[in-house]
Design a protein around this ligand. Structure first.
Ligand SMILES: [Fe+2]
Length: 206
């Protein structure tokens, strides 16, 4: 396993992606308190090289500025949309199909707007996918906040998420489901937002 899932506060998930061999690590969504992530990194003698933000909301990005001050050489990564809402500088932007390495661990990025304009998902070693507030276990992120779009979320789920491999483990941005993670194949069969096949069905989900 190269992904460590950490519960922060009431229901946020923060993640550390790491390579035990090359001793490098990235935090995905430090949330508003990255203490657990930083403790995991130091207790495993890892070097933090990236903070990756699945989107700009403060419950995911809140502790980024503090960590950057602690580790000035690390790079902050997000998609370009909504950058101005973060209030700090992004070191580089990712787009669809961009790739990055953390040690020997491969990261593939996909743009997944819908919850926000700047939403991204990260596929790790073709084994798992960190979905932020795009896809939860049993649901998807809300679309009624600024920058959210109901139609865009449906398009993202249909065109970006559903075609991915059933074997991927979905690691969501919040602990809203009946389990903390699941296979995408199981979610395609059980998650109402993935079962909906057209916008009308999607619109009837309460
Ligand atoms: Fe969010």
């Amino acid at each position: 396993m190269v992904v460590e899932q950490l519960k922060v506060g009431f229901d946020n998930f923060s993640y550390v992606i790491y390579c035990s061999k090359k001793k490098e690590a990235a935090i995905v969504d430090p949330s508003y308190d990255a203490t657990k992530a930083l403790d995991f990194i130091s207790s495993n003698n890892l070097k933090l090289i990236y903070i990756i933000l699945t989107h700009h909301h403060s419950d995911h990005s809140g502790d980024t500025h503090r960590i950057k001050n602690l580790y000035p050489s690390l790079k902050i990564i997000s998609s370009k949309s909504d950058e101005e809402k973060l209030g700090f500088t992004i070191d580089f932007y990712v787009s669809d199909n961009d790739e990055l390495k953390v040690g020997d661990v491969s990261l593939d990025f996909i743009l997944t707007p819908g919850h926000t304009k700047d939403g991204i998902c990260i596929i790790v070693d073709n084994e798992s996918i960190l979905t932020g507030d795009t896809l939860f276990i049993g649901d998807c992120g809300r679309t009624d906040l600024p920058g959210g779009s109901f139609e865009q979320m449906f398009k993202t789920l249909q065109e970006k998420i559903k075609p991915l491999s059933d074997n991927l483990i979905v690691f969501p941005g919040h602990d809203y489901g009946n389990k903390p993670f699941d296979t995408l194949g199981n979610q395609k069969k059980t998650n109402r937002v993935l079962i909906a096949n057209n916008l009308e069905e999607f619109s009837k989900i309460p």
